[in-house]
Design a protein around this ligand. Structure first.
Ligand SMILES: [Zn+2]
Ligand SMILES: [Zn+2]
Length: 383
């Protein structure tokens, strides 16, 4: 993985062959590029320097009983803890303390997951990714911004009127008398049914794949980059969800606990912690399920679409997780090794008329074609 590790401190830009897009990325994107570089120096590099101090402990932990116990218990423990914290936060209704807890949550998750990734990594090649964390931090705020814009777009499309009309029916339909924990899981399960079909469409319809490619451009998996999504994906998903989810209306407290639980399951979807998940991988879309989803070969990667649950994949025949196999760590988009990795590049990429510009560099493509010819050539008898 030449682009990962200590040496790759700059994010790959749009290939110079796409001259106009490259120009826009460099000059219109200058403030964002500057922000990326600043975050690298202020946050990413110092954090990595600190994290490297855990490496000795990480090697010492390899093969120990403690690591084995941790690999079995971290996931269920975190899920139980998230439920506990979630219900505590809404104990007295939704207050300013609830909202503060909610805002602090990503930082808490980071402080919890990043050291664990360093101590017991699934792949040591995924420990450092150039300056991708700076991009993911910006994409996190970009995601929040575009989620807000989506609400305005839903109103502008007059969908909001329909949603408001349907919501009372949604409240009536919702089983408020059920156990609150069951309500939380039911809410996520229903939401995930729509995520499954939306995500499957993103992979199977070429125009939508262009947009979703931003998520699949990542070359390593770690706790934060699950949030990397193109604004068009965020907005179109919000429009797609608006009507059906108007009929799924739990109380605000249940919805909030569900979001906290979704966040923690989401962390384990991209996390680089080496866990022994066992049968949890037949319930949730985590661990190896999602590593296969990020395979560069779409033949394998077009699988495991679930956002939180994997149940819909099992039901609709897109589950891929062969027993006794450990997924490799060479992930990305097989047909687009030159896909940009800057924030501006990720924003612009779907709009380029031809996506072939992200394919192998001409020299590499020639080499690959020659190798293919040699491999295909019939064996000649020795003279
Ligand atoms: Zn995907
Ligand atoms: Zn992913």
């Amino acid at each position: 993985m030449a682009s990962l590790g200590e040496s790759g401190t700059h994010n790959r830009k749009i290939p110079p062959r796409a001259r106009i897009a490259r120009f826009v990325e460099t000059w219109l994107g200058a403030p964002i590029n500057l922000l990326e570089a600043s975050l690298q120096w202020v946050l990413v590099r110092p954090t990595r320097w600190m994290m490297r101090h855990l490496d000795a402990a990480s090697y010492a932990l390899e093969g120990t009983l403690l690591r084995k116990i941790l690999s079995h218990t971290i996931f269920p423990f975190t899920i139980l803890l998230s439920l506990f914290i979630g219900f505590k936060l809404v104990e007295n209704g939704i207050t300013s303390l609830t909202l503060l807890g909610f805002v602090l949550l990503p930082i808490i998750f980071g402080l919890y997951c990043a050291p664990l990734e360093r101590l017991m990594p699934y792949s040591r090649n995924w420990l450092e990714g150039g300056n991708d964390t700076a991009v993911d931090i910006i994409m996190y705020f970009s995601g929040a911004f575009w989620s807000g814009i989506s609400k305005l777009i839903v109103s502008a499309l007059f969908i909001v009127g329909m949603v408001e009309a349907l919501e009372p029916y949604g409240h009536d339909l919702w089983p408020t008398h059920w156990n609150p924990i069951v309500q939380v899981f039911l809410f996520i399960l229903i939401k995930d049914f729509f995520r499954y079909w939306f995500h499957r469409a993103l992979h199977e319809i070429p125009a939508l794949w262009r947009v979703h490619a931003a998520h699949h451009s990542v070359e390593r998996l770690y706790w934060l980059n699950g949030i990397r999504a193109h604004p068009l994906e965020i907005v179109s998903q919000a429009i797609f969800y608006a009507i059906p989810l108007a009929l799924v209306q739990p109380t605000a407290e249940i919805a909030l606990v569900a979001v906290i639980l979704q966040l923690s399951i989401g962390i384990f979807q991209h996390s680089n912690i080496d866990l022994n998940l066992g049968w949890w991988e037949y319930v949730f879309s985590i661990g190896d399920n999602h590593r296969y989803h990020h395979y560069p070969d779409k033949g394998v990667g077009d699988s495991n679409y679930g956002g939180e649950f994997i149940i819909w994949d099992i039901l609709f025949g897109t589950f891929h997780n062969p027993r006794n196999e450990r997924p490799h760590d060479r992930i990305g988009i097989g047909t687009a090794p030159e896909y940009p990795m800057t924030v501006m590049g990720l924003y612009l990429a779907p709009f380029l008329p031809s996506q072939k510009v992200f394919g192998p560099k001409p020299a590499d493509a020639d080499k690959a074609a020659t190798e293919e010819l040699i491999e295909d050539a019939p064996l000649q008898p020795a003279e």
